[in-house]
Design a protein around this ligand. Structure first.
Ligand code: PHE
Length: 336
């Protein structure tokens, strides 16, 4: 009887597939209602001679079964651990998905280069709002209501007194109202005009304003500053040329050309045979603008200039369509 229990139990233990099955076997044979226990309980019916023999045998069988269960338990636990390790294995040598690294937009690249040049000359950076009072964008710059200069700078009106700024020049006024000379700032930013989109026009573009006010500032300082700037941007051979022009807030005013950096002035496709490329508007700050900001034009003078960022970038990278800057097509942007 006990021999039969032993061989059945060991066969069952042998094939037990998991810890749960093994525990069921333990209960079945060794538990309170198990088969070995039943044998021990039934010993009362045996003779005095048989009892110790059967008792000893039952204990031996129980110990043997216990040992088998313990052994199997360890084997199953080891197997479970092995399977867990295998399922959680990671290959540290596998190549990773590489994160795509972005970079600065070409306009930002050119802007930071320009900022660096002016900061190197002692300028600091000023700022003003895109949504601007008509007063700063026009009136304070000597462009009263109904002045014809407003036609060329039509913009988006929030109401009669608030516009999207058409130029960065209003920052000149904001700076001069707050800060007394010496003043030496550039003011980069977005500007807006109600122009239809084409290869050279956009209702939104960028300018970089420059303003210097101090005692004894002359047109020579303007020319020297712009020459230094242009050589830093386009190389030592670059020259500047001033052509007379009119801006209501500077007097005298000029449009400034740089010698073509592709052909060096001989005439080519980029400069359309001219040898020169227009890059900015400039002039001496109008006395009316100075006094409007509480700066005495008898004591102080200044110059200002306004540079178009897209133009500089288009020429720098030989880009013929302004729209490319704003479409954000990665095939285009990745080239810079
Ligand atoms: N704000 C002028 C424009 O947009 C450029 C300019 C700036 C001219 C400063 C003179 C001085 O055309």
């Amino acid at each position: 009887m006990l021999e039969k229990i032993k061989s059945e139990a060991s066969a069952a233990i042998e094939v037990a597939a998991d810890l749960k099955a093994l525990d069921d076997i333990r209960v079945k044979y060794l538990g309170k209602k198990g088969e070995i226990t039943a044998v021990l309980r039934g010993m009362g019916a045996l003779s005095a001679e048989e009892r110790p023999i059967v008792g000893a045998l039952a204990n031996t069988v129980r110990e043997e079964i216990e040992a088998l269960i313990t052994g199997k338990n360890e084997a199953l636990a080891a197997k479970a651990m092995e399977e867990k390790m295998a399922s959680e294995k990671i290959d540290v040598t596998i190549s990773s998905k590489r994160a795509v690294q972005g970079k600065l937009h070409p306009l930002s690249q050119v802007l930071s280069e320009i900022k660096d040049i002016f900061i190197g000359m002692g300028f600091s950076i000023a700022d003003g709002p895109d949504v601007e009072l008509d007063y700063y964008n026009f009136e304070a710059l000597n462009i009263p209501k109904n002045h014809p200069a407003r036609d060329t700078q039509d913009t988006f009106y929030i109401n009669d007194n608030v516009v999207l700024r058409t130029q960065t020049s209003p920052v000149q006024v904001r700076v001069m109202e707050k800060q007394k000379p010496p003043i030496r700032v550039i003011a980069p930013g977005r500007v807006y005009r109600s122009d239809a989109v084409d290869a050279t026009h956009s209702p939104l573009f960028h300018q970089i304003e420059g303003l210097v006010v101090d005692k004894g500032i002359t047109m020579g300082d303007l020319k020297g500053t712009l020459e230094t700037f242009v050589k830093a941007l386009y190389g030592e051979d670059a020259k500047v040329r001033f052509r007379p022009h009119h801006f209501p807030f500077t007097e005298p005013s000029a449009e400034v050309d740089v010698s073509c950096f592709v052909c060096g002035g001989e005439g080519c496709r980029v400069c359309k045979g001219e040898g020169w490329i227009e890059i900015l508007g400039a002039g001496m700050v109008h006395p009316k603008v100075l006094s409007g900001c509480g700066i005495d034009p008898e004591e102080y003078s200044g110059f200002a200039f306004g540079l178009g960022l897209e133009r500089v970038a288009m020429r720098r990278y030989d880009i013929d369509d302004l729209r490319l800057f704003f479409e954000n097509d990665l095939k285009f942007l990745k080239q810079f």
